[in-house]
Design a protein around this ligand. Structure first.
Ligand SMILES: [Zn+2]
Length: 343
């Protein structure tokens, strides 16, 4: 839930797909209007192109239904033992978005024959699976978004590193992993939608690490700041609006850079429907703050907040609830996934 939850996508290949795919209609779930900030659906079963899309379809199951599996494997048997229960509960949080409500299933890689101790390196290489592993305690969880066609031929090109779970309760870890699974299925951060600033308040200067960022910016002779003189606030603002500058001077700001300023692959993401401040794909107030007050209702230095219908500032909770056991994907989040994997 905390920084730096950078979506770990290869950013070196800047190829644009040469055609656009029709958006499938999630007809089986008429009430779910397509929403969210997502990758494109996979153009077709035979596509072997150059982008990041939803997980490719695998044809039909024995009942003739569309089948889009995300097959996973564990990188180590120890990780499987530690985290299988958390994974199971994280998948449960997404139940409404999965088969039979959509074509998407999240299943152990078939060649493991149901044994999670058959780890990724034991599978046919390069393994075409989501590789799950223990990322230790330093930092925050990291995952890939969608199905990365670019790195086909490389093992471990789809992954989740579960980080910091030693310090989390079961419910907190489950919510964290459910957020990461949102990325894996193809969802971007709600707070990186281009309409973010029309819906919530983001104050980059209250992010953790800002003092070091001010210093790095002040010490630099970067031509990107040449027109700003000694205006440190303006330089920070520019840094927080730019993927490249944030990468150089303020890494904690990177997961907040608007999609239109990130470039590939966020530039390809499709934004549908209304902003959802209860989304499981948004960060909670105080998760990434430089200074968390004892009084959590004091939002004077909150890095991310919203205004309620009476115009009062209020906290944002990832998944819509302060209690991680009650937080989870919203109807809108479910619509985003069903829109990518119609049954
Ligand atoms: Zn994230």
């Amino acid at each position: 839930m905390a920084l730096p939850k950078v979506v770990g996508i290869t950013l070196t290949t800047l190829t644009i797909p040469c055609f656009t795919a029709p958006i499938p209609t999630p007809s089986p779930s008429e009430s779910l209007t397509r929403r969210g900030y997502t990758v494109d659906p996979t153009p077709d079963d035979h596509y072997s192109g150059d982008g990041v899309y939803a997980w490719p379809g695998q044809g039909k199951d024995q009942d003739g239904k569309n089948k889009n599996p995300i097959y996973y494997c564990w990188v180590t048997a120890e990780a499987a033992d530690k985290y299988s229960d958390i994974l199971e509960d994280a998948i449960k949080k997404w139940e409404a978005a999965l088969y039979p409500n959509s074509a998407l299933r999240i299943e152990l890689y078939p060649d493991t024959h149901g044994n999670p101790h058959v780890v990724c390196k034991d599978l046919p290489q390069p393994v075409d699976a989501l590789c799950l592993t223990d990322g230790g305690e330093e930092g925050s969880s990291v995952s890939t978004t969608g199905y990365n066609w670019i790195d086909q031929g490389q093992s471990y090109r789809h992954y989740v590193y579960m980080v910091g779970y030693g310090g989390k309760s079961h419910d907190e870890a489950v919510l964290d992993l459910a957020h990461e699974l949102g990325h894996v299925m193809g969802l971007g951060h709600e707070h990186q939608r281009d309409d973010r600033d029309d819906n919530i308040i983001f104050e980059c200067r209250y992010l953790s690490g800002v003092d070091e960022a001010y210093k790095a910016i002040k010490d630099s002779n970067d031509p990107a700041f040449a027109d700003l003189g000694d205006d440190e606030e303006a330089k920070l603002d520019r840094t927080c609006d730019s993927w490249d500058l944030a990468d150089k001077y303020f890494k904690n700001a990177k997961p907040f850079v608007l999609g239109r300023n990130v470039g590939y692959p966020f530039g390809q993401f499709k934004q549908n429907g209304n902003f959802d401040y209860n989304s499981i794909m948004i960060y909670s107030t105080w998760d990434n703050s430089v200074d968390v007050p004892d009084d959590k209702d004091n939002l004077d230095t909150a890095e991310i907040l919203r205004y309620d219908q009476n115009g009062n500032p209020v906290r944002i909770f990832q998944g819509g609830n302060e209690d991680p056991a009650l937080a989870g994907p919203t109807t809108g989040d479910v619509a985003a996934v069903v829109g990518l994997y119609p049954k």
